[in-house]
Design a protein around this ligand. Structure first.
Ligand code: GLC
Length: 538
């Protein structure tokens, strides 16, 4: 079972800084706001926070276009605010993970400004500059993830530069040794300041085909991003050597971690990013983001990733983040929306792997409908309003007052409808709320090593029910989740029960083992009492 390891056994809470808490009153969340809400996070029981980018940025992609990697954008505060947040989070036992964006900078980053200054500019080779094709067109057929060609013409120097995302996000060339060295310095800057790890943005993109060959068409073809097989513009085998060097740097600091956004659809490829324990500590498993609300779908994805993971690698569980519609919306249902959100909480917090909890998920936040004229996300402009990500990035509703306790100003995105259980303050007063269920699950998971560190095995269950056990050091937990819209009868192979819970509101006692009737969209978690079954605090 091994010793407690925070990034394996703990729970990470993702904060989108613009939307968590605004202390300055300008309508945009900030670091001081996060600091003031640390009490919520301690009370909830999470082990770490991951902050989406808060570095200086022109905000073309809301911080994923960084113009200085070693500072804080004034919108969010200052380096001193960051240090204060870090210190107070640490004092509460909460680690802090930053979002490192190595694939591209902002087009206003001084490196890029220098690079575009001329063909002989000292930093020309830091970015991917190429001559046009003989007909004047872009150097190859690569398309931007955000629509259109991935190449932008630079009139002044007569070359194109590569941008995998917006034209305001030029790709760095990681084949240039100075780029690697400079980005390693960025990591050291924050590690020396005391941060506990990094979420690495689109890490599979940092190595591309050195010859920049055309991507072949995907079966079915088509003009856009989906019309190509992305075999040359991402996931080049050289990425693994780059990752091993990053890992070496990180491992020189005790207890730090990396989690990579490897946005590749093939989970076998994602699993390769763990290397032999010498690349990423965790690679996001995004398969649940595409899973329908069906027991068989989740079971299939869990078993598949478990089977693909290299020896010793640790999985992770993700249901929502700032790029996809919130799962409470994806799984919503006219009568069973709340029960489903409650079941999802049990799933997230009892599977084997590090759970990533997206802010607001603990109160059942839904996506908000944003009117087209208020849309902020560049995707709405470059691709299609239907792809706008603002809906999952709206301000956290803390109270039902004006500004929802998020801001005293005009919020940057509408707060919208509160979730069915109400804002945070109301749910805190209601012991049957979703918020309290998250807290109970987090506490249960922390208390029982079988839940935070144990092995995983699928249990046979009737169709529509996903059941599994977690075992560690003589402890065992059994989880049964009914994904159906109707009740299901299950046999819970559990002896005497030490502790447990049902996701049903107002169901304080652990359900008994043996024959059990699960309500529609109900889940149960039972921890078996055994000789060596004493709970242990980390
Ligand atoms: C990642 C981020 C996303 C961003 C993109 C470009 O996918 O999660 O929000 O737009 O990278 O940096």
């Amino acid at each position: 079972m091994g010793a407690w390891c925070w990034w394996k056994h703990g729970v990470v809470y993702q904060i989108y800084p613009r939307s968590f808490m605004d202390a300055s009153g300008d309508g945009v969340g900030d670091l001081e706001g996060i600091r003031r809400r640390l009490g919520h996070l301690s009370w909830l029981g999470v082990d770490a926070i991951w902050l989406s980018p808060c570095f200086p940025s022109p905000m073309a992609d809301f911080g994923y276009d960084v113009s200085d990697y070693c500072d804080i954008d004034p919108l969010f505060g200052s380096l001193e605010d960051f240090d204060r947040l870090l210190r107070d989070a640490h004092a509460r036992g909460i680690r802090v993970i930053l979002d490192w964006v190595p694939n591209h900078t902002s087009d206003r980053h001084p490196w890029f400004l220098e690079s575009r200054g001329g063909r002989d500019a000292p930093r020309r080779s830091w970015y991917v500059w190429r001559d046009p094709r003989p007909d004047g067109g872009p150097p190859n057929n690569w398309v931007s993830v955000f629509g259109g060609s991935a190449w932008e013409w630079d009139e002044a120097t007569g070359q194109y530069y590569l941008h995998s995302f917006l034209r305001e996000q030029p790709d760095l060339d990681w084949r240039c040794p100075e780029v690697e060295a400079a980005m390693h310095d960025v990591l050291r800057f924050w590690l020396d300041r005391g941060v506990d790890g990094f979420r690495i943005d689109v890490v599979h993109r940092i190595a591309k085909d050195p010859e920049l060959r055309d991507n072949p068409p995907a079966p079915g073809g088509g003009p856009g991003y989906g019309g190509q097989l992305h075999i040359h513009d991402e996931n080049h085998p050289d990425v693994h050597a780059l990752l091993r060097r990053i890992r070496k740097l990180i491992d020189a600091y005790p207890e730090r971690m990396t989690v990579g956004e490897v946005y590749i659809m093939d989970p076998a490829e994602v699993a390769r990013y763990y290397g032999r324990g010498d690349e990423l500590h965790l690679a996001f498993n995004f398969s649940f983001l595409r899973s329908p609300f069906e027991a068989a779908a989740f079971r299939r994805e869990v078993e598949r990733f478990e089977a693909l993971l290299p020896e010793g690698a640790w999985p992770d569980v993700v249901l929502s983040n700032h790029d996809v519609p919130r799962h409470a919306s994806r799984y919503d249902h006219p009568e069973l929306g709340e029960p489903r959100a409650r079941l999802a909480a049990a799933l997230l917090l009892t599977l084997r792997g590090t759970p990533f909890l997206y802010y607001g998920e603990e109160i059942g936040m839904r996506n908000q409908a944003i009117a087209e004229d208020r849309m902020q996300d560049p995707l709405a402009r470059t691709l299609h309003p239907a792809l706008c990500r603002d809906g999952e990035r709206t301000p956290m509703p803390w109270t039902s007052g004006p500004g929802a306790g998020f801001t005293t100003g005009d919020p940057w995105l509408p707060v919208g409808e509160p979730p069915p259980g109400g804002p945070v303050d109301r749910q805190r007063r209601d012991p049957t709320s979703l918020l309290h269920l998250y807290r109970r699950l987090l506490a249960l998971r922390r208390r029982w090593p079988c839940l935070h560190a144990g092995s995983y095995r699928t249990l046979e269950a009737p169709e529509g029910v996903f059941a599994y056990e977690r075992r560690a050091g003589g402890q065992r937990a059994v989880v049964a989740l009914n994904f159906l819209d109707v009740p299901a009868e299950v046999e819970l192979p559990v002896g005497s029960i030490a502790e447990g819970l049902s996701t049903r509101p107002g169901c304080p006692d652990p359900p008994a083992g043996g024959h059990h009737r699960l309500d529609a969209a109900e889940g149960v978690v039972l921890v078996e009492a055994t000789a060596r079954g004493a709970p242990s605090a980390p």
